[in-house]
Design a protein around this ligand. Structure first.
Ligand code: ADP
Length: 194
């Protein structure tokens, strides 16, 4: 049973690391950003609701996001644990996750904070804009996503720090090096890979 959160600014490499770590620890990677993006791509009702919000770099309303995560965590594969990427991002979402975990009589093991310098992440996101053409990777929207992160999500680190759950990992460098740092930091916390 491994229950992890991956937190960090846009462009820190959460999605890349989440996929590798999920495999390593034998748990599903659950990315709210991916869930929303696939709904937008498939033009579902949810996708239609969140498209403009995402394109502006704003957060999807908590009620909607919380409902999606509660539903996803109730699925059978998440019973062995999970790696949440991009959730929670607001205090309201922290409270909802606490409620879900309390209902299941479980708790988080570790919150991995992937740290990266603002200039570096902006450069990475602009590069990704050229490669993948994500609608929220224009320079103006990137700046807004950084501001929203600083205002709404960075305070969460304090909340989890007070619970002694946060491990800080340098997100700069080669993908494999960052993975190794995270795996080492988790091992130091007694979390062994599968
Ligand atoms: P990034 O971390 O690079 O911003 P994500 O794929 O995690 O990318 O998220 C993309 C967008 O999806 C966010 O800018 C936001 O609009 C929406 N989103 C993802 N997760 C959440 C969340 N937990 N709460 C609200 N909105 C979210």
């Amino acid at each position: 049973m491994t229950r992890l959160l991956l937190v960090g600014p846009p462009g820190a490499g959460k999605g890349t690391q989440a996929a590798i770590l999920a495999e390593t620890f034998g748990v599903p990677a659950i990315s709210t950003g991916d869930i929303f993006r696939s709904n937008v791509a498939n033009e579902t009702l949810l996708g239609l609701q969140v498209k403009a919000i995402m394109e502006a770099g704003e957060y999807v309303p908590d009620a909607l996001t919380n409902e999606i995560v509660a539903d996803r965590l109730s699925q059978a594969d998440a019973r062995v644990g999970f790696l949440l990427d991009g959730y929670p991002r607001t205090i309201d979402q922290v409270n909802e996750l606490d409620r879900i975990l309390a209902t299941d009589n479980t708790a988080l093991d570790v919150v991995v904070l992937l740290e990266a310098d603002t200039d570096v992440v902006v450069a990475r996101l602009l590069k990704r804009a050229n490669e993948q053409g994500r609608a929220d990777d224009t320079e103006e929207v990137i700046r807004n996503r950084m501001d929203v992160y600083a205002e709404q999500t960075s305070p969460l680190i304090d909340v989890y720090d007070k619970r002694h759950l946060v491990v800080r990992v340098d997100g700069l460098g080669a993908v494999a090096d960052v993975t190794a740092r995270i795996v080492d930091a988790l091992a130091a916390r007694g979390l062994a890979s599968a």
